[in-house]
Design a protein around this ligand. Structure first.
Ligand code: SAH
Ligand code: SF4
Length: 364
């Protein structure tokens, strides 16, 4: 069975034309799916019964089987762990702020990039998600909000996986989400976060979109970044920053740089100054995130005074720099963490670490 959200409007229209249906049917079905939040074909009451039955035989509207759901103590973060039909698991998060309702979606089951501090990186890659599986996560959150009298306002591609390691499906999902007859969200309300895959950034820059880009930097020297973000060995800082500059030149959008602050590792004044050098003259924004501790990494979050000292150096250079509040620590809301927890793994005892915390792979 195919997932309906895997089809563009033209692809759906082609299927329906083959079935001898009139041309307006595809738009009608999209209206039900993306505007009215229908979760079954039976609910599409203005379609002929025979067509509804045929659609239900051929297409699925619900690929996500909820396995676990967590709500943070403050009630503002909600996280779902879903099983896909083949058993792969993905996480989706809803973060509510006073003025925003943000869905954080996964693009892969697992991730091959191997950043040692990241729970998803620690599990490796299982498979890419399809565009429809990404869109289905957004629709799930949107429907949940709708049922609670709210509306989804933003989407971030910051869940499990590296978006640009699954470029074609991610781009297709983005097209479905921004399509005026699809989900129809404004481009500036979407942010895609990448670990720094240079060809992906270049391609993204050429799409002609106004979608926001975030780059997970975490270190401003190749020596340190090689260790924290292993893909840096393939796309080192100079190549990465050149691609980012191209994105800014083409889109005139400000780029966000993410920096997980790890105590005594990347929270030094030297790193802050090296970061400032890389960002000179760029429309940038820096987001500092105190490390979310994970089972397989012995690093600790930087204490507030280290974060503040780092922030001051960046701001003094005229680069806006904010400290992101860690959301939903108590729901294991760091990407990949709920899946690990649901498998019943126990936290490792973390000994006082060497200068750079070592990656510990659990037997799997
Ligand atoms: N693969 C993409 C998007 C998913 S991760 C990327 O890496 O950008 C989303 C963000 O969470 C990234 O900036 C990532 O580096 C960060 N992150 C992952 N694990 C973290 C942790 N344990 N603590 C803080 N931030 C983390
Ligand atoms: Fe993958 Fe991003 Fe995690 Fe790195 S931080 S392992 S790129 S999901």
């Amino acid at each position: 069975m195919r997932l309906l959200y895997d089809l563009t409007l033209d692809e759906l229209a082609a299927v329906l034309a083959e079935w001898g249906e009139p041309p307006y049917r595809a738009r009608q079905i999209w209206g039900w799916v993306y505007r009215r939040g229908a979760t079954t074909f039976a609910a599409m009451t203005d379609l002929p019964k025979a067509l509804r039955d045929r659609l239900a035989e051929m297409f699925s509207l619900s690929p996500l089987q909820p396995v676990a759901e967590r709500v943070s103590r403050d009630g503002w973060t909600r996280k779902w762990l879903f099983a896909l039909p083949d058993g792969a698991a993905v996480e989706t998060v809803l973060m509510e702020f006073t003025d925003r309702r943000t869905a954080c979606v996964s693009t892969q089951a697992g991730c091959a990039m191997g950043c040692p501090f990241c729970a998803t990186g620690q599990m490796g890659l299982l498979r890419n998600l399809t565009a429809g599986e990404i869109v289905a996560q957004v629709l799930h959150v949107a429907r949940w909000l709708e049922a609670h009298g709210e509306r989804l306002t933003h989407i971030v591609f910051m869940g499990m996986g590296e978006p640009f390691a699954n470029y074609a499906q991610v781009a297709k999902a983005l097209r479905l989400l921004i399509h005026p007859e699809g989900f129809g969200i404004g481009q500036r309300r979407i942010t895609v976060s990448t670990v720094g895959i240079v060809p992906g950034i270049r391609r993204f820059a050429q799409e002609g979109w106004q979608i926001n880009l975030a780059v997970s930097l975490h270190a401003a020297t190749d020596a340190l970044r090689d260790r924290l973000v292993p893909i840096n060995r393939v796309y080192p800082l100079d190549a990465l920053m050149e691609a980012v500059r191209e994105y800014v030149a083409r889109t005139r959008r400000r780029v966000t740089f993410e920096w997980a602050m790890i105590r005594g590792v990347n929270d030094t004044p030297e790193q802050a100054r090296a970061l400032v050098e890389h960002l000179r003259g760029l429309r940038a924004h820096v987001n500092l995130i105190p490390l979310n501790p994970t089972l397989g990494f012995a690093g600790e979050p930087s204490p507030p005074e280290r974060v503040e000292a780092f922030r001051r150096i960046v701001e003094a250079a005229g680069i806006p720099c904010t400290v992101r509040v860690r959301r939903g620590i108590d729901v294991a809301a760091g990407c990949g963490q709920l899946r690990v927890e649901a498998q019943g793994r126990r936290p490792l005892i973390q000994p006082a670490g060497p200068p750079l915390p070592a990656l510990r792979r659990e037997g799997r």
